[in-house]
Design a protein around this ligand. Structure first.
Ligand code: AMP
Ligand code: GLY
Length: 425
């Protein structure tokens, strides 16, 4: 039997809490650490305040704690080359290289990759010049989508309904530099009318392994209105997603992505999150992400039976082909509790009173995002605060359990969407 392993998870969201929760149940886990973590994570892993952009500090921590595997959650650190740096220093790491991360950190790179590999994606054009982009808009049909090329904390995609909106968006990005260097280049893309799913697959040098999909709710308020957020809730599975669609995603998107990476000699060891728009049962890639989604991760990991650590290790050892994904085949609903005012201005340091009672509910896991502990009490410390995930035999009953738990939490300084899982119908 292989020795037990010390593991370090990087990140501080509910996604990383779910990863730690899953790893804390894995057979081969010895000590579990998280940098920087949050109050929820600190209940199951040892948290340490280190800036993950400080690669040397991370490496020193790995050496001191004899870390056998690092799992990197957020895209920022992947795009910053943390995985490359740790691997070069002989620390086994789950998460793609800086080069492979360009699938997310440059929309222009991703588009070129998609087109070269004949992967279905909306028609687009790239611009650096305001004048040329404006000229193009004048002869285009609306709605259309304008995207900043680089990472913009989920805010770099703007759907424009008419020419005046398009021109003011160009002005904000290309002239006023709203997104700084991330907006030096833009993509103008065809608007696809349909519904969105987040599809996930693990990749290593030799093979890939689909994990599943979830439906996210990106808008802040019910009926998909209000500003875009990181995600206000998720569910899986959906009646909308049939076997034929999953087969198309597998053949036309996941498989072609794997072969495309191989052709370009890009070694990808990690997970790919395919942001897909589905129109007439046909999937189109609207974005690649080089990480788990949040709250998709909290949703999918609750149904995963296979040992997550085994999957991570197989990914880093190029032996994914030996892993079979097995699931409980339950229905999962995840509702995000956010601070009032999120995603714009919100207050922190608000007491969360009833968490201990709430987490005793059956079939519930509460994953923390922006929380901190002060004198043994939980306080809010960010925009998205909790991911309340419920598991049941139907989406409807999972919804009931999740919302009952939120009622118990009874947090007056927060809000949540009441319609998570409704669009399953
Ligand atoms: P992203 O930040 O890339 O996830 O995009 C934000 C949101 O914009 C997505 O979740 C979609 O709802 C929407 N979106 C992006 N690209 C398109 C497109 N080509 N057609 C329709 N909606 C899109
Ligand atoms: N929930 C969408 C994301 O993680 O980007």
């Amino acid at each position: 039997m292989k020795k037990k392993l010390n593991i370090l998870v990087i990140g501080s969201g509910a996604r990383e809490h779910a990863i730690c929760w899953s790893l804390s149940r894995a057979k081969k886990t010895n000590e579990l650490f998280c940098i920087p973590g949050n109050a929820g994570i600190s209940q199951i892993a040892k948290c340490k305040e280190i800036d993950p952009n400080d690669k040397k500090d991370i490496l020193n921590f790995c050496k001191e704690k004899k870390i056998d595997l690092v799992v990197i959650g957020p895209e920022e650190y992947l795009a910053n080359g943390l995985s490359d740096f740790l691997i070069k220093n002989k620390i086994n790491t789950f998460g793609p290289s800086k080069k492979a991360s360009k699938l997310e950190s440059s929309k222009s790179f991703a588009k070129k990759f998609l087109i070269k590999n004949k992967i279905p994606t909306p028609v687009h054009k790239e611009f650096k010049s305001f004048i040329e982009a404006k000229r193009f808009l004048k002869k285009s049909k609306f709605p259309l989508v304008i995207k900043a090329d680089g990472l913009a904390s989920g805010k770099g995609v703007i759907i424009c309904q008419k020419l005046s909106e398009g021109v003011s968006t160009l002005d904000e990005i290309l002239k006023k530099k709203k997104f700084g260097d991330a907006g030096k280049k833009i993509i103008i893309e065809e608007f696809i009318e349909g519904y969105e799913i987040s599809f996930f697959a693990f990749f290593d040098k030799k093979s890939f392994l689909p994990l599943g999909y979830a439906l996210d709710h990106k808008k802040a308020y019910e009926n998909d209105i209000g500003p875009n957020t990181g995600g206000m809730g998720c569910f899986t599975p959906s009646r909308l997603v049939n076997k034929r669609l999953v087969e198309k995603i597998y053949q036309n998107i996941v498989k072609k992505t794997f072969h495309g990476l191989k052709k370009d000699k890009i070694i990808y060891r990690g997970i790919i999150f395919f942001g897909l728009m589905i129109k007439n049962n046909m999937p189109f890639v609207i974005e690649y992400n080089v990480r788990f989604g949040d709250p998709e991760c909290q949703t999918l990991l609750r149904d995963l039976k296979t040992d997550l650590l085994d999957i991570f290790l197989a990914t880093t050892e190029d032996s994914l082909s030996r892993i079979k994904i097995s699931k409980y085949n339950m229905k999962i609903v995840c509702v995000v509790l956010a601070s009032l005012g999120y995603p714009e201005n919100y207050k922190k340091n608000k007491l969360l009173n009833n968490l201990n009672k709430a987490k005793k509910q059956k079939n519930i896991e509460i994953f923390h995002a922006g929380t901190k502990l002060v004198k043994n009490k939980f306080y809010s410390n960010g925009g998205r605060v909790l991911s309340v995930t419920a598991k049941s035999t139907t989406i409807e009953s999972a919804r009931k359990i999740a919302y009952k738990t939120i009622k118990i939490i009874n947090w007056k300084s927060g809000f949540f969407r009441k319609d998570i899982g409704i669009k399953n119908k």
